[in-house]
Design a binder for this molecule. Structure first.
Ligand SMILES: NC(=O)c1ccc[n+]([C@@H]2O[C@H](COP(=O)([O-])OP(=O)(O)OC[C@H]3O[C@@H](n4cnc5c(N)ncnc54)[C@H](O)[C@@H]3O)[C@@H](O)[C@H]2O)c1
Length: 272
């Protein structure tokens, strides 16, 4: 059912790789709610070609951009305004990648060039997106810009490795740029800290299946799905959340405030 929450709103959605991606589900939901938008991803991800199906379904144009390249981002923001016929109301940064995680490097044996790459792709790129949006004067008054985070920014999780630092950077950028963009254009900037979700980025983390189950059992409402996340993102892009800014918003079924649950107790007492 559509509520027309994003009627006449225009935006850019980064990071739809395949139908499991949080950005993919968000594009479907934003389309259903009346938005028009440009889809973008790194040129290398485009070659996999899946994004064309999504673009066709949503009537969206695809403009490739490596989110670490200011040149690509400038072209993206300029072209998007042309294609959409005006300034933007929302931007979703749904991007994460760590070469150290991908290649299974132990936290005590990190490759520092890769570490810098993780920080750039998964954290600093958010600043680049925000700064480019400002410099190209791409945002409408009362726009909404979001990035996706994970609770490893606050707590340690084995195998999340340098992505934990990247997420801390990401959340910090949302606070600092949120203050700036509020004063400039009443634009809000937030991060959503999402439950473990079965996607390409998620399942690339070692032991993912186990911590997916653990989080599910420790969350009174269970893990939030990618669809749930898409719904929350749409709400954050809508006019109903205009005064929410500079926040890291927990979208985790209660995980972040739980000590232990009956499900975990049952699990740990099995066989005792
Ligand atoms: N899956 C989870 O468990 C989980 C939990 C919390 C937060 N998140 C976050 O959600 C976001 C989306 O991830 P997802 O789970 O949908 O996985 P996904 O693998 O579907 O999406 C990650 C996207 O990042 C894109 N990307 C990588 N490098 C890029 C670059 N240089 N420029 C532009 N795009 C680039 C990839 O092409 C891909 O589309 C990420 O920030 C991720 O860290 C995921």
């Amino acid at each position: 059912m559509s509520y027309n929450l994003l009627k006449e709103k225009k935006g850019i959605i980064f990071g739809a790789l395949d139908e499991n991606s949080i950005a993919w589900k968000t594009a479907l939901k934003a389309h259903e709610e009346g938005a028009t938008f440009v889809l973008t991803n790194a040129p290398i991800a485009m070659r996999m070609g899946k994004i064309n199906e999504l673009a066709e379904h949503c009537g969206a144009e695809i403009i490739p951009a490596d989110a670490t390249s200011i040149e690509d981002l400038t072209t993206l923001f300029e072209k998007s305004q042309e294609v959409l016929g005006g300034k933007l109301d929302f931007v979703l940064h749904s991007i994460g990648m760590s070469p150290n995680v991908r290649k299974g490097k132990a936290y005590g044996d990190l490759n520092y060039e890769w570490f810098m790459k993780s920080l750039d792709v998964s954290g600093v790129s958010f600043h680049k997106v925000l700064q480019t949006a400002e410099k190209t004067d791409a945002m409408n008054e009362w726009g909404s810009i979001l990035a996706l985070s994970y609770i490893a920014a606050q707590r340690t999780f084995p195998d999340y490795s340098d992505m934990a630092q990247a997420k801390s950077v990401l959340e910090s950028i949302a606070r600092s740029y949120g203050a700036r963009f509020a004063k400039l254009k009443n634009v809000r900037v937030n991060t959503i800290s999402q439950s473990p979700t079965m996607t390409t980025a998620g399942s690339g983390v070692g032991g993912f299946d186990v911590f997916f189950d653990y989080a599910d059992k420790l969350s009174p409402l269970g893990n939030a799905s990618a669809e749930d996340c898409a719904n929350y993102i749409v709400a954050m892009f809508s006019d109903f959340t205009r005064m929410v800014t500079m926040q890291n918003l927990m979208h985790d079924g209660g995980f972040s405030h739980s000590g232990i649950t009956d499900e975990i107790i049952t699990e740990l007492t099995k066989g005792k």
